[in-house]
Write a protein that binds this ligand. Structure first.
Ligand SMILES: O=C(CO)[C@H](O)[C@H](O)COP(=O)(O)O
Length: 213
């Protein structure tokens, strides 16, 4: 079953809580975006977990170094999942995976900038199992989703995939065919005139695909 992760980016704290509240019936995971964590500190993770104890809280830390420290920062402040960039040193990723294992939490590996499947295989060998195929916000005007994005993960069929970047109702059906474990949606919900209706439509799109395949 694919879970929907609401990505809260470029928003005030008040907007984050309001959007999470409004869309809560239709989403499974709540991501506190990198910029939001930078603005408000990791304490916002704890506040989000306290307010939504039944949701999986994702800290989009996008860690590049000091893996153990940043994983502990996220997990000890209420996050269930934290993120690390896949291109960083193996030692950083290994430390984060070790912390996650000890605390029964998860690490999502952000594949931004990775074009080589040998790096994906190396990540799997480290023990990474949740891999996020991600189109960067700054590239979304020139790049759209295609089968090309999934070529690098072909050799790791047992990995759980997350997909993120410019996902909207129109590309849900294509992305669902790739069998993602996590569909990460930000602006298509947070920037919608009616975020609850947008989240509901996405939920229905995912549910309908699953019912028919
Ligand atoms: O990690 C992110 C940016 O680095 C976002 O969370 C991700 O891109 C989803 O947001 P959107 O749907 O608005 O692209």
């Amino acid at each position: 079953m694919t879970v929907i992760q609401l990505a809260l980016d470029r928003l005030t704290k008040e907007q984050c809580f309001e959007l999470a509240e409004k869309t809560s019936p239709y989403i499974d995971w709540i991501e506190v975006g990198t910029g939001v964590i930078k603005e408000y500190g990791v304490e916002i993770l704890r506040e989000m977990k306290d307010r939504f104890p039944d949701k999986t809280i994702v800290a989009d830390m996008k860690t590049c170094d000091a893996g153990k420290h940043e994983a502990l920062q996220a997990f000890e402040n209420g996050a269930d999942v934290t993120t690390v960039m896949g291109f960083v040193a193996d030692a950083t990723i290994q430390d984060m995976l070790d912390v996650a294992k000890a605390k029964q939490k998860q690490v999502m590996i952000d594949l931004l900038g990775i074009t080589d499947s040998s790096r994906i295989e190396a990540l799997r060998n480290l023990g990474a199992d949740l891999l996020n195929i991600h189109i960067a916000i700054d590239l979304q005007k020139e790049v759209s989703w295609s089968g090309h994005h999934f070529k690098i993960v072909k050799t790791v069929p047992d990995a759980r995939l997350a997909v993120s970047g410019g996902i909207k109702l129109e590309n849900v059906s294509f992305l669902m065919k790739q069998k993602p474990a996590v569909l990460i949606v930000g602006s298509a919900i947070t920037g919608a005139e009616n975020p609850a209706a947008a989240a509901k439509a996405l939920r229905e799109g995912v549910d309908a695909f699953e019912a028919n395949h």
